[in-house]
Write a protein that binds this ligand. Structure first.
Ligand code: COI
Length: 354
């Protein structure tokens, strides 16, 4: 790709890489040496810059702190055995970010700033990409409003940034989920399909209550009847009932997951029947009871393919089939991992190789 613009780069004087413990990365706790910053002022995006990773200095009146004009993305990069950086579906993230921007009344970020900025940043901090099993360079692009004014209105100024976090797995073991029938993550007409901070804020208290009861995550249900499955907040839900892959249809209260889309694409190519439709909790629990529910898992960038082992509803645990016997989840997890690593042909052109 020829560059549409030059990115001004200020390098760190001393890398922190050799002080980083790659045996204890965790998820999203460690950050690489540099970050990308690009401001929107007077109706236009300025030139992006790469600078050393550092704290921000902003006014306490900054709009996003008070009114939440704040969106983000999550994607991953890997290092192949021949030393090349491989980014999984960055164009899809750039597109989704602009869908979120529109819903939050924010300016769209030009895709070349998102994509070329990311490529340059990753090339610079390539040595930070972890290579152990299940690890990746988690990439967090985000944008927030910058006006310092306490009046409720869309800001005139914004900042787009990308930071890089060498990370391990988000869920290190299979997950137990609780069906949420009281609280709501997102209602129709709300923000649910935008990747915006407010959706995550809405999930924290109910998720904490569930965690206190020993569950890792919630199955959010629809806001009006609490009958139909939405998503987990950290991932989309997928079920294999008999031989069909079933997942809630997208709506304006569900995030359009890129991993969800990749899995559906692969399943269809493998000749599997796929249904995107309303999925009721009752249908899934009945299938669990009569033995037709073969697999249940969450799909997300951070979560990848996370097997669900217990669904809890109305005081009852539904124990799902053993993870070892799950043929589709294992196959799709392996396929995605090999495409990302470059050990399997990328026939969908999902991977950008730097
Ligand atoms: C992602 O999967 O990239 C997300 O943003 C979800 C978050 C729980 C880390």
């Amino acid at each position: 790709m020829t560059k549409a613009f030059q990115i001004n780069t200020q390098l760190v004087t001393q890398s922190r890489l050799d002080q980083t413990d790659y045996n204890n990365l965790g998820f999203g706790k460690v950050f690489s040496d540099h970050m990308l910053v690009c401001d929107f002022k007077d109706g236009a995006w300025e030139k992006p810059q790469i600078i050393p990773f550092q704290n921000l200095s902003i006014s306490p009146a900054t709009n996003f702190i008070h009114y939440g004009q704040s969106i983000f993305e999550g994607l991953k990069a890997f290092l192949s055995t021949d030393g090349k950086v491989r980014i999984f579906r960055p164009e899809a993230n750039a597109r989704r970010m602009n869908i979120s921007a529109k819903r939050l009344c924010m300016p769209e970020i030009p895709e070349e700033i998102f994509l070329e900025g990311l490529n340059e940043l990753l090339n610079l901090d390539k040595k930070w990409i972890p290579t152990s099993e299940g690890s990746s360079m988690y990439i967090r692009p985000f944008m927030f409003s910058l006006d310092a004014e306490i009046r409720v209105r869309p800001s005139d100024t914004y900042r787009f940034m990308i930071i890089l976090s060498p990370s391990g797995k988000y869920y290190s073991s299979p997950v137990k989920v609780l069906v949420e029938r009281q609280y709501v993550r997102a209602a129709r007409g709300g923000l649910g399909s935008a990747k915006t901070s407010a959706n995550y804020a809405a999930s924290l208290y109910p998720a904490k209550l569930a965690q206190q009861r020993g569950f890792d995550q919630l199955i959010w249900t629809d806001a009006s009847e609490h009958q139909y499955i939405e998503e987990a907040g950290t991932m989309n839900f997928m079920f294999v009932i008999n031989d069909t892959l079933i997942t809630p249809a997208l709506s304006d209260s569900i995030l359009a997951g890129i991993t969800r889309d990749s899995i559906i694409t692969l399943a269809k190519e493998w000749g599997m029947k796929v249904e995107e439709r309303n999925v009721s909790i009752d249908e899934v629990l009945k299938a669990s009871e009569n033995g037709t529910l073969k697999e249940a898992f969450g799909a997300g960038t951070a979560a990848v393919v996370s097997p669900i082992v217990v669904i809890h509803d109305n005081g009852k645990d539904y124990n799902l089939p053993a993870v070892e016997g799950r043929i589709f989840s294992a196959r799709v997890a392996k396929e995605l991992s090999e495409i990302k690593a470059g050990t399997k042909a990328d026939s969908h052109n999902w991977v950008t190789v730097l």
